[in-house]
Design a protein around this ligand. Sequence first.
Ligand code: SF4
Ligand code: SF4
Length: 227
Amino acid sequence: MPLPGILCPTRQTASQRDSPKAWPTWPALSMQTGKAKRIKAMETIHVNSSCDEAFIHAVENESGENVSLCYQCGNCTAGCPYTDFYDIPVSQIMRLVQMGQRETVLSCRSIWLCATCESCTTRCPNNIDVATVMDVLRHMARRAGKNPEPQVKTFCDSFLASVKRHGRVFEAGLMASYMTKTGRILTDADLAPKVLPKGKLGFTPHNIVGKKEITEIFQRYNAEKNS
Ligand code: SF4
Ligand code: SF4
C-alpha cells in the first residue's frame, strides 16, 4: 500500500525539521541504519545450507512472477525513490529471494517502506512485476509476525479500517486513529493550515455508493484468510 504524503508515518513535524540538533533528520537516521544493514546484507551467504526452496515457490505462487528471470541489472534499484532509505535495495531483495533467504528478506525494513510506486516494475527489462513481489513479501512478513516498522503497519491498519467502515478513507478519522495508536500527536499538524482551506480534510465521513460491495470484499478476504 502506498504511503500518502499527507500522513506518511515517517514524515517529520515542523519542529523536528527546525531543530536538526535536537531531532536528527529522518533521512539521515535511515541512511545510517541502511548503511549498517547493507554491510550485513553483503556478508557471504552459504546458499547450499540456507536456501529455503519452499519460500521461493511461495513468493512465485503468490506474486505470479518468475523471480529466477532477474539477472541483477539493477534498473529497479536505480529508479526506486526509496533506495536511500532502504536497508536492502530492491534488486538485492530480488537476489535474496532467488537464493531462498527467507529470514533476511522478511526481516528487512525495505518491504515496509516500499511506496508501491511501481517504478521498479516499469523499469524491469524482464517484465517482472517487482512491486507485486515487494507487496507479497510484506504480506508474508505480516503473517510471520515480523514487523520492523511498527508505525507503517499501524498506518496501514488504520487506513484499511477506515476504508472498511466508510467505503473510502476518512482522513480526519484516519489521523485520529493513527495518532492515538502511535502517540505521534503532532504528525503533519503543520499541513493542516494548507489543506483545510482547500477542503481536503473533511471532519465528517462520506460514505460512498458502493460501500456494501467494499464491505463484501473485506468479508471475502477474512473468510479466505480463516479458511
Ligand atoms: S514499488 Fe519498487 S520502485 Fe517503488 S518504492 Fe517499491 S521497490 Fe521502490
Ligand atoms: S530490473 Fe528486473 S532484472 Fe533488473 S535487477 Fe530489477 S528485478 Fe532484476
